[in-house]
Design a protein around this ligand. Structure first.
Ligand code: NAP
Length: 248
């Protein structure tokens, strides 16, 4: 798949799934906007993109999504508009797990941090950057879901609540945009994947029993394909989408 001249913002691009997507998408020709909170980790990923693919343009956005507000969201808009003429996609990938505990014991400050990063920031970034996507030929917004967005499970607390909320957010954006905008909105549950977040949630699990972030790349690429333009479905899970992608 050729992604030349497409510019894609990936939040949480310094680790796990986001980092692998940044590297793979840039290998296919896209300009990558790396958003993360850790400047050293951002620089490392940026260097990897620059060394291998010098003809493309990449941008670092250092931002702590737990602190995002209207002003910093507009700074992000201006930084992107200063470098690129359009934006072709946003992958809302950044998230934090928070604390695995009962709701009764959940610290309010931690609750707010999780909701801010996982739900409030994708809302504010989407709302702020939407107009930039509208000049793209195949604009896409991908939200990242989780199994605990569908069923409330003890101890998953704010993380689960944030993913329930994100499912609603993605459905509302999809519904509002389907008749008024070329932007396609998807919500994707990548399923259990070998990353530091999964290791924190399931410390006793053997990571080698899980798929790696690289196994997800074809699913994410499908969202950016012309084929997905005809999809009436907004929510996808890895198990189903990977079969569909393999069967093509
Ligand atoms: P991960 O390895 O922990 O990576 C999360 C990324 O988000 C990191 O780059 C992290 O930055 C960034 N991030 C966290 N807080 C941030 C903040 N305040 N501001 C900016 N960036 C921030 O997690 P992952 O497993 O790749 O998860 C990626 C997505 O997949 C998440 O939405 C997650 O909910 C979802 N998911 C994962 C699994 C799984 O099994 N792994 C399953 C279902 C859904 P740092 O490098 O600074 O920490």
């Amino acid at each position: 798949m050729d992604l030349s001249n497409r510019t894609i913002l990936i939040t949480g691009a310094t680790d796990g799934i986001g980092k692998v997507l940044a590297i793979k998408f840039s290998k296919l020709g896209s300009n990558i906007i790396l958003l993360g909170r850790d400047s050293l980790k951002l620089d490392k990923v940026y260097d990897q993109l620059e060394q291998s693919f010098p003809s493309q343009k990449h941008l670092i956005l250092e931002a702590d999504l737990s602190q995002l507000n209207n002003e910093s969201a507009h700074e992000i808009f201006n930084a992107i508009a200063g470098e690129f003429t359009s934006l072709d996609g946003i992958i809302h990938n950044a998230a934090i797990l928070g604390t695995m505990t009962t709701l009764e014991d959940y610290e309010l400050s931690r609750w707010d941090e999780v909701l801010n990063v996982n739900l409030r920031a994708p809302f504010l970034l989407t709302k702020t950057l939407k107009t930039m996507l509208e000049s793209s030929m195949l604009p896409r917004i991908i939200f990242t879901s989780s199994r605990v967005a569908n069923v409330g499970r003890a101890f998953w607390g704010a993380y689960s609540v944030s993913k329930f909320g994100l499912k609603g957010l993605a459905e509302i954006f999809a519904n509002e945009l389907e008749t008024t905008s070329p932007i396609k909105v998807f919500n994707f549950d990548p399923g259990a994947t070998q990353t530091k977040m999964r290791a924190s949630a399931r410390p006793a699990e053997n990571p080698n029993s899980l798929k790696t972030p690289s196994d997800l790349v074809d699913c994410y690429l499908w969202f950016f394909s012309e084929e997905s333009s005809d999809s009436k479905q907004n929510y996808y899970e890895y198990a189903d989408l990977s079969q569909k992608v393999k069967a093509r």
